[in-house]
Design a protein around this ligand. Structure first.
Ligand code: SDX
Length: 429
């Protein structure tokens, strides 16, 4: 197979090297294109552009494959835990017992926020969106330890990343409590990561939450399935900010903002709102599907479609299977699950969706589980952010550890006015 591509332009031929990834995917290396030809490339939305070489996560969109550091998502979902997968993504290998014990100890050490952080929460209006609070408070929490906002130090990265993973959970729970006017519930050192989160979310000062193992396991799975996803919008944002050598907290706070958008992580909230709207209209989903096919965006089938997956998102398949199991184990039924399944069944027989290779993505069913766990819909994207934090941290580290360490600075095709000269105010029409 050729290891170069020939570009013929203006009667000149230029050889461009072709890179091959460990799974055989090929990419034309255009790092010298402009200096050799005067040309740049143009790729609106970067659908055909590799922004980096990365060893963290592999996706094959045509075959519906997702692997974290080479391990299939199906195996990790069945056999691993969110915290073990967090270590795997950040450090590249499954942790030994000693490493897992040490990591768990750091998560416990850092689970409480600096007490002064409480005053920041007081400053938000009660109806502030928790993603706005999360992004602000991640940056704020970085201010309480001087070295966190200083230059990257690989020797301290393990502690800094453990602090962030632990505190993003505490910040999220505190944001929820604040929004409901509820007293803050502090974490318990004896609880594991996800159980502690549910405790901080739903316990009361006079009564601890009765932790349901099924609920803890279901949410831990949601976090695990969201932990990384190669160069998606928010992870690319984290890498972009990290490429300027900004600190870990600033880079991941920017990732939260990118994730918030309804086309990205905000879709899980938009799916539930869509299902509620369909139910309220007495529609079994078929009317909505017809409207979604108009393509005008007003009735987009949220939770469907993906830039990379042109097949079933493997995470959606796992979450769909877990939905029924979780609902059964916590003795809940949900009419929205029936509507979601009807929408999927109808769409996957409809040429409009089949021709465009639109399948359910990770957001289509995740909200059903979170709703069953009494997590309010406005907190759904926050759950996504807690889950994605290890992936963002792993990508941040990959940027920081890159010996070339180039700042991300794309070019553009300029379409504005050509040169013109200043017109004094009195002479303007
Ligand atoms: C996530 O990148 C990642 O990896 C993201 C993520 C991760 O883990 O980080 O997987 C998480 O963000 C999942 C996606 C969540 N978003 C949604 O569910 C929102 C609904 N889906 C879409 O808006 C859309 O499918 C995107 C944004 C996900 C992908 O958009 P693309 O690749 O830019 O595709 P497109 O908008 O160019 O659509 C191609 C065609 C268009 O029709 P035509 O112009 O060809 O006629 O498909 C249509 C679109 O109108 N289309 C849809 C649709 N999604 C695309 N039509 C109806 N409903 C939809 N959901």
């Amino acid at each position: 197979m050729s290891d170069s591509a020939t570009l013929r332009f203006n009667n000149k031929e230029t050889q461009l090297p072709v890179l091959t990834g460990s799974e055989g995917e090929r990419g034309i290396n255009i790092e010298k294109l402009r200096s050799q030809t005067g040309l740049i490339t143009y790729d609106d939305g970067f659908g055909n552009t590799g922004s980096c070489a990365s060893a963290i996560t592999f996706i094959d969109g045509e075959r519906g494959i997702l692997r974290y550091r080479g391990y299939p998502i199906e195996e990790l979902a069945e056999k691993s835990s969110f915290i073990e997968v967090a270590w795997l993504l950040i450090h590249g290998e499954l942790p030994t017992e000693a490493q897992l014990r040490g990591f768990s100890g750091l998560l416990t050490e850092f689970q409480v926020l600096h007490e002064d952080m409480k005053y920041h929460f007081e400053g938000f209006p009660p109806n502030a969106h928790p993603m706005a609070i999360l992004s602000s408070m991640i940056n704020a929490s970085g201010c309480y330890v001087r070295e966190l906002t200083g230059p990257y130090d690989p020797r301290k990265f393990e502690r800094h990343s453990a602090r962030l993973i632990s505190q993003v959970r505490t910040i999220a729970a505190f944001a929820y409590r604040k929004s409901r006017g509820l007293p803050i519930i502090y974490p318990k050192p004896e609880y594991k990561y996800t159980a502690n989160f549910l405790h901080m979310m739903f316990s009361m000062p006079y009564a601890d939450l009765d932790l349901d193992a099924a609920a803890v396991e279901a949410l831990d799975q949601i976090f695990l399935l969201h932990a990384d996803h190669e160069q998606n919008c928010s992870t690319s944002t984290v890498r972009m900010v990290a490429s300027s050598r900004a600190n870990l907290f600033a880079s991941t706070a920017a990732g939260v903002c990118a994730l918030w958008g309804p086309l990205h992580g905000g879709a899980n909230q938009a799916v539930l709102e869509m299902l509620e709207k369909i139910r309220a209209a007495g529609d079994d989903g078929s009317r909505f599907i017809e409207a979604a096919k108009s393509g005008d965006g007003s009735h987009r089938l949220m939770g469907f479609g993906h830039r990379v997956y042109k097949n079933y998102d493997p995470r959606a398949r796992i979450i769909r299977e877990r939905c029924e199991a979780v609902l059964a184990r916590i003795h809940r039924s949900d009419p929205l699950l029936d509507i979601a399944k009807k929408l999927e069944e109808t769409a996957l027989k409809d040429d409009y969706f089949l021709q465009r290779k639109l399948y359910p993505n990770v957001d289509f069913y995740s909200g059903i589980i979170m709703r069953a766990l009494n997590i309010p819909v406005e907190m759904f994207t926050v759950m996504f952010a807690i889950g994605r934090m290890p992936g963002w941290i792993a990508n941040f580290r990959e940027v920081m550890d890159d010996p070339k360490g180039k700042i991300y600075r794309p070019r553009q095709i300029y379409t504005g006015s050509t040169e013109r000269h200043y017109i004094p105010l009195g002479e303007r029409k």
